[in-house]
Design a protein around this ligand. Structure first.
Ligand code: ZN
Length: 279
């Protein structure tokens, strides 16, 4: 558990089994945890880390989106769980699914799940026997504000390509925003996709005054760094409008910026092309 600001702590992400960042917002009355961890084991580690820094007023758990690595620990964290209404719908659907190896393999074969996600689930939880999935206690339609005592959290649905239910957790007093995976492309089909949705999402995020952004599978980033990336995403979305091939996109980029695109920029261009092809 690392201290980020006066009231905010986080547990860094761990890529070997795709564990996302976990946040802790510490108010004088209550504390709120951001995301539940990706297994019962992970949830217990989170509880231990919170105990170790002497925080004993955890009351709320806010979920950024429905993907397994953010929600499998809900039952085990065992707090009042808050999420967007679409997230809750997905959680209820997930409760009906089977999570044994055979069922996972079948969903990968039919394209309902990705090979990456399935392999990470198996690695994090070699056995899923007795795994209990739970849905939320409190849902919201677009935005929710919680007073933790001396500190307020705003949870807002921002959508984007990665998941329609993606919500951010913003703490105005500390100018910190937990982003979940919202700025990542859609990778649910195995192909990475960006669309015009990314522009609406950026506009929703940019309404807030933020010094530090935390994406779930990355290190914290400062305002300058992330705003530069947002500008790049908006520019490349515009540049790739109506284009269906990467060669044409690169040509248009060279004409516009009088230089070759970097590898990262080519990667982003390809995501938007994939979005155009999907339609
Ligand atoms: Zn995700």
């Amino acid at each position: 558990m690392k201290k980020l600001t006066e009231n905010i702590y986080y547990i860094p992400h761990k890529s070997d089994t795709d564990r996302p960042v976990i946040g802790l917002v510490n108010g004088s009355k209550y504390s709120l945890i951001v995301d539940a961890g990706n297994s019962p084991h992970h949830a217990r580690e989170i509880q231990k880390e919170i105990e170790n820094i002497g925080v004993n007023n955890a009351k709320y758990l806010a979920i950024t989106h429905w993907h397994w690595d953010h929600v499998f620990g809900i039952h085990y964290i065992n707090l009042l769980t808050i999420c967007h209404q679409l997230t809750d719908k997905k959680l209820k659907w997930m409760q009906k699914l089977d999570w044994d190896d055979k069922s996972l393999d079948e969903r990968v074969a039919s394209g309902e799940a990705t090979e990456f996600g399935s392999s990470m689930i198996k690695k994090e939880m070699p056995s899923r026997e007795g795994l209990i999935l739970r849905n939320a206690d409190i849902t919201f339609e677009s935005k929710l504000e919680i007073d933790l005592g001396g500190i307020t959290c705003i949870i807002e649905n921002v959508s984007g390509d990665h998941a329609e239910d993606s919500s951010i957790v913003y703490i105005p007093s500390d100018k910190v925003m937990f982003l979940g995976d919202c700025i990542s492309p859609d990778s649910s089909s195995g192909v990475r996709i960006y669309s015009h949705k990314v522009v609406d999402m950026i506009n929703k995020i940019m309404k807030y005054d933020v010094d530090t952004y935390i994406s779930s599978h990355d290190e914290p980033e400062d305002k300058l760094e992330l705003h530069k990336y947002f500008k790049e995403l908006k520019d490349l979305e515009k540049l790739t409008k109506g284009i269906a091939g990467i060669e044409e996109a690169i040509e248009r980029f060279k004409n516009e910026y009088l230089r070759d695109p970097s590898e990262d920029e080519i990667d982003t261009l390809q995501c938007f092309i994939n979005g155009n092809l999907k339609g």
